[in-house]
Design a binder for this molecule. Structure first.
Ligand SMILES: C[S@@+](CC[C@H](N)C(=O)[O-])C[C@H]1O[C@@H](n2cnc3c(N)ncnc32)[C@H](O)[C@@H]1O
Length: 209
């Protein structure tokens, strides 16, 4: 295979990868395939999996340029427990991962910085997909900024929210309680939040049956 050249750079991944990795090591099952939704550049995938031995990492993104970038970052590490990126849009009623054979079953889903940078329907689809795909005790891990009880947790988040809505009125920082309610309606129980740098949260759910 020739080296893919379309590598994207997301500077925030270099700042948030260590704190996120610490939470992932603590909450993800030790074995299985970790499905990453909205992998973007692919920098997280190539970094995290080295520290999560025993797992496979399945990156995905609906954007073809992002999938090329994921492959380009993979080229740098050439780890055989990162699987080729899939075209997954959470809004689709079935996801491509449901029709392919994986080296190990999916035991967790990781979704970083998608919920506020996409319409609410993407989060609805994410929860419905997690309900279909995760086994009992499977983990759904979310990362990003959230409002608590409808209130922004920092002035910088409030400004960010305004910028997001200017870009697209269907985007915006979500209410944590709305995300929890949606998860619960799909059989995912809320486990905990972990405060992260720059006023972000890790939010962890577990599939009940
Ligand atoms: C801000 S980027 C985050 C990328 C990466 N997780 C990170 O933290 O750098 C948001 C990503 O969400 C993806 N995305 C948007 N809507 C989506 C959907 N409905 N299903 C899956 N991915 C989606 C976009 O293609 C984009 O790559």
């Amino acid at each position: 295979m020739n080296m893919p050249v379309q590598k994207k750079h997301a500077p925030a991944t270099l700042r948030n990868r260590e704190p996120i990795l610490a939470v992932l090591k603590d909450c993800l099952p030790p074995h299985g395939t970790i499905l990453e939704i909205a992998s973007g550049s692919g920098q997280h995938a190539s970094y995290f999996i080295e520290y999560l031995p025993g797992n496979y990492w399945q990156p995905s993104d609906p954007d073809s340029k992002s999938r090329n970038s994921i492959s380009a970052w993979w080229w740098e590490v050439q780890l055989n427990n990162i699987l080729p990126p899939l075209d997954i849009n959470t809004r689709d009623s079935t996801w491509s991962i449901e029709t392919i054979k994986l080296p190990q079953p999916v035991t967790s889903i990781v979704c970083i910085n998608m919920i506020h940078i996409s319409p609410w329907e993407s989060t609805v689809g994410l929860m419905e997909g997690a309900a279909r795909i995760l086994p009992k005790d499977g983990i759904l891990y979310l990362y990003g900024p959230y409002k608590k009880d409808g209130i922004h947790t920092a002035p910088s988040n409030e400004l960010f929210d305004i910028k997001l809505r200017d870009q697209n009125p269907d985007w915006g920082i979500r209410n944590l309680n709305d995300v929890k309610d949606l998860a619960q309606g799909n059989g995912l129980i809320f486990i905990k939040t972990v405060e992260m740098p720059a006023n972000n949260l890790s939010v962890i759910f577990k599939k009940t049956d």
